[in-house]
Write a protein that binds this ligand. Sequence first.
Ligand code: SAM
Length: 239
Amino acid sequence: MRFDIVTLFPALFEGYLGEGLLSKAIKNELVDIHRHDLREFAPQSVHRPVDDKPFGGGPGMLIQVEPTVKCVEAVEAMSAVRARRILLTPGGKTFDQRMAEEFASDQRLILLCGRYEGFDQRVTDIWQPEEISIGDFVLNGGEVAAMVIIEAVIRLIPGVLGDQQSNIDDSFSQGNRLLEFPQYTRPREFRGHTVPDVLTGGDHGAIAKWRAEQSRLRTQSRRSDLLAENEIENKHPNE
Ligand code: SAM
């Protein structure tokens, strides 16, 4: 899967691309990441500004329509693979696991990262991206939001995780959309806190039953909204 990240700060991704599952996925040619500097599309001048004051006044600066549209059009033309267009903004639709699953079935994503007060509205009007937010808070820029989307999506690409079962058990995932059950590793006892006997007894049926129950209890106490959704989703049409 190919990701094209359009940003004013391509260097921010340097360390990120070289570590962990992502770097392994890149080496194994499961994921291909390209960074593009929006400033390269600025009008020729010493400082290459891409921002200007908003019409009507107000604080801060906006990223201009011309360099942005020229940049995303050029990026899009770099590959014949049709791209899903994403503009990161706190005003967008909130990103979630279902969206990550949908994006993972695409072959290519373009992630447009804002800075300052965001983009001139005409970027959306002309380029027609999906506007996506990673939550109800305001970041300084879209780069971290782009990383969040990449992190969530690449986990779902077959071959990226060592064991695809993790995708099924993960919180919010297709398995049951609930929170994951509690997990333990060695030692069996620490400061009087012991691992539940069922997990060390070797009865796989009992372990599966315990985990399903714990997942339900945890979801009930922390995110009962998910249980309600789950019940609606699994309801038989004749019920
Ligand atoms: N003035 C904008 C507003 O209130 O909607 C916020 C601009 S923010 C300081 C700068 C950039 O950070 C945005 O253009 C966007 O790309 C990114 N950003 C900030 N918060 C975000 C969020 N919750 N989700 C996705 N991107 C975000």
